[in-house]
Design a protein around this ligand. Structure first.
Ligand code: SF4
Length: 344
């Protein structure tokens, strides 16, 4: 099978040109066309000689994703459902705010982790996305952002899938997105979210990448985390926090804990006291996310007052916490929801 040219790192692309007797500066030209000028075909690379374009077409694929659905919310959040070559469906979202323009990207088709609040786990896992499939989502979202004269500033890997279950492809894609020869998006503007795959948190700490790490915590001890996060059986709460401490020690970077506020489950006084103990001395902040109801699960969102009180209690306990404003609710922009609806 012909491979997608976006599978290649810049060094691999340079080696390819060397192998066909071309000057390696061609790698820079091709990378510019793909990642900076956003062409979707080799024929769009107008400064390359025709015989070289024919070689590229012989050796590689370069095309846009088929778009199965696109929904735009009132505030400009745009959600794409892409139909891949094997008809797996994946989601990506463009989220514009006053200060940034963010792409939310998927790393797997489906998910095997089955977090109890999430629609993505319901249909199960199909496969890992390739590096090219990850990068191509970013290219589509970037193109959409530029139509609105908004350069893409941030990437969050918070779409469908557990990022660390597809670690190698994700890392390769991130290096292309981050490279000044690729999409040139600063590592500090790239956030990787994980449910807490402990060995990979430790591996990321060794990568030398200045990316942001967000942990889907959604529980304040083993018992409460077991309710929502089946992964906690494999990587229990204390092991996860220990890996986070190690990550912060090695990288000197702050960790963000994502924490869904569910009435009488995660939003309780007991939670505040346990989190205070667990986070003692750890450089971190908490993103509190109002629960976004999924019809299959019988959880409830706390009232605004309950959520504000919970945040205030955390702040009093010395934990910096903010309540995240849900965006794109009217386009089902929560993780996995568009794909889930398309499956039905
Ligand atoms: S929250 Fe993420 S890891 Fe958990 S089921 Fe959903 S997609 Fe999978």
């Amino acid at each position: 099978m012909i491979s997608d040219i976006r599978e290649l790192s810049f060094d691999e692309l340079s080696r390819y040109f060397g192998s066909i007797g071309e000057k390696t500066f061609r790698a820079q030209q091709v990378a510019e066309w793909i990642y900076q000028k956003g062409v979707w075909s080799f024929d769009g690379m107008t400064n390359l000689p025709r015989p070289l374009l024919e070689k590229l077409k012989r050796d590689f694929e370069l095309k846009a994703n088929a778009i199965a659905a696109k929904q735009v919310s009132r505030e400009g959040t745009t959600k794409f459902l892409f139909d891949l070559h094997d008809h797996e469906k994946i989601e990506s979202v463009l989220i514009p705010t006053a200060t940034r323009t963010t792409a939310c990207i998927s790393s797997q088709a489906g998910c095997k982790f089955g977090c109890k609040f999430c629609a993505s786990g319901i249909g199960g896992w199909s496969r890992n996305l390739t590096c090219a499939e990850i990068v191509t989502q970013v290219l589509h979202v970037k193109e959409e952002a530029l139509k609105h004269k908004r350069p893409l500033t941030n990437i969050v890997f918070m779409g469908t899938g557990e990022n660390f279950d597809n670690y190698d492809n994700l890392m390769k894609a991130i290096r292309i997105i981050n490279s000044d020869k690729g999409m040139n998006i600063g590592a500090r503007h790239i956030t990787i979210s994980t449910v807490g795959v402990v060995p990979k948190i430790r591996e990321l700490a060794q990568e030398g990448l200045q990316v942001e790490l967000a942990i889907s915590l959604h529980g304040y001890d083993n018992a409460s985390r077991n309710v929502l996060m089946p992964v906690n059986k494999k990587y229990p709460f204390d092991e996860l926090i220990a890996a986070c401490r190690e990550y912060v020690r090695l990288t000197k970077r702050q960790i963000t804990f994502e924490y869904i506020l569910i009435k009488n489950v995660t939003c309780t006084e007991n939670a505040v006291q346990n989190l205070k103990k667990a986070f003692k001395g750890l450089i971190c902040k908490m993103n509190l996310i109002p629960y976004n109801p999924v019809s299959e699960f019988d959880h409830k969102t706390p009232s605004k007052e309950e959520m504000a009180d919970f945040r205030d209690r955390l702040e009093e306990a010395g934990i910096h916490a903010t309540i995240r404003t849900p965006r794109g609710k009217d386009v089902n922009a929560a993780c996995g929801q568009l794909r889930h609806q398309a499956d039905q």
